[in-house]
Structure formats: structure tokens, C-alpha cells
Design a protein around this ligand. Structure first.
Ligand SMILES: [Zn+2]
Length: 203
């Protein structure tokens, strides 16, 4: 029976891969996303130029007849220098009471802070153009909530889902008037927001 072309397209973009019990799992190509059925769960895995992230979506009741996996984050460049986040926070304080946005990219084998020119900035919204940013280079997408608290708003959910990067870390900083701003963070893979269920090393 021929596959409906829409299903064929969907399965090409987001294939479902059974995890081998005895052999090795083939590596994921840069820019790709796949779903993995393992003995101990269903995972989503995505790879940018900067990193590969694998997040657990659900655990089965029993054990499925496949190899086991664990959630993981592998960054090509290793740990991200703390100074880049500190520089972003210093910049964001100069933008108060407005929100601010910035990106940490992995480009030319180095981490780099980019502060795109805002198209819209207010105490409740930050929007900037991504036209000269390659989504595959994005490691962290940061924005602030000014004097407000750090959390992922409904609008943040919409923005993160719409981001063309296969995987990235999203961080919100709040209470920028305090010495230690508040912070909320999560990984986003192919529109899935992975937070407490994703076991990940500290960025
Ligand atoms: Zn927000």
C-alpha cells in the first residue's frame, strides 16, 4: 500500500527510529530531528551545529523490546563561558524598564554573544529580527522580563515553538533590579519544551 505523500513527507522530516538492542544507534545529522523508541521510553532528539539534545517524552508501562537510552545534552564546544550571560544581563539592565533579548551562538568554533537590534521593545515585549542569524548556530535564546519575574509566558511558548532552530536552550531573566536576577530555563526541541523531565548538565 503506497504511503500518502503527506505522511511520507512528515515521516521524512521527523522519522521514528527503533533503538537497537545490540548494535549502535546511527548518529543524527546536523539540522535534523527524530523520535526514538527505546526499551525504556520514547525520546525526541535534535541536533544543531552547536549541540545534540535528547529529551524523554514518556515512559512505557512495561519495557519495550528495544535498547535503552538516557536523556542527554552534548555540546560541541563544551561549557559556555559564564561571562557571556553576565554581559547579557549587564546589557539588559541598561534597557530597563524594557525587556531585552540576546543570543549565544556557536560560530567559527567559539561561543559568541549577539545582541540583535530590537524591532519592538517595551516593559512587556521584546521582538527582534533573526534574518542574519543561522538557526543552526543558536545555543541559548535569552530574554528578560525587566522588573517582573522569570517564567515562560504563553507568548514565550508561542515564540519558542516558532523558532526554526532544531534545538536550543531558552532562558528568561527576571527582577533585573536585584543583584541576583531570577531565572527560568528549558530546552526546546522541535517545538517540544523540555524542562524538569530532561536530565541535563548545567550550561
Ligand atoms: Zn517572556
Amino acid at each position: 500500500l503506497a504511503l500518502d505523500p503527506r505522511d511520507a513527507a512528515a515521516q521524512t522530516v521527523t522519522p521514528l527510529v527503533p533503538v537497537p538492542r545490540y548494535g549502535a544507534l546511527p548518529p543524527l545529522e546536523v539540522g535534523c530531528v527524530r523520535y526514538l523508541v527505546a526499551g525504556n521510553g520514547i525520546f525526541v532528539e535534535a541536533r544543531s551545529r552547536a549541540m545534540t539534545v535528547r529529551a524523554l517524552l514518556c515512559r512505557p508501562e512495561g519495557k519495550l523490546p528495544y535498547g535503552s537510552l538516557e536523556p542527554c545534552v552534548r555540546k560541541v564546544g563544551g561549557g559556555i563561558p559564564r561571562a557571556l550571560q553576565d554581559r547579557f544581563i549587564a546589557h539588559a539592565r541598561t534597557q530597563l524598564p524594557n525587556e531585552a533579548g540576546g543570543l549565544i551562538l556557536w560560530r567559527s568554533n567559539a561561543y559568541e554573544l549577539v545582541l540583535p537590534e530590537p524591532e519592538e521593545a517595551s516593559p512587556g515585549r521584546i521582538r527582534y529580527s533573526m534574518h542574519d542569524i543561522d538557526p543552526l548556530d543558536i545555543v541559548i535564546d535569552m530574554h528578560t522580563h525587566g522588573f517582573g519575574s522569570a517564567f515562560f509566558s504563553v507568548r514565550d511558548d508561542v515564540d519558542d515553538k516558532a523558532c526554526p532552530a532544531p534545538c536550543f536552550k531558552a532562558i528568561v531573566f527576571g527582577h533585573l533590579n536585584r543583584a541576583q536576577p531570577s531565572m527560568a530555563e528549558r530546552f526546546v526541541l522541535n517545538g517540544w519544551a523540555a524542562d524538569d523531565r530532561l536530565v541535563a548538565e548545567q550550561l
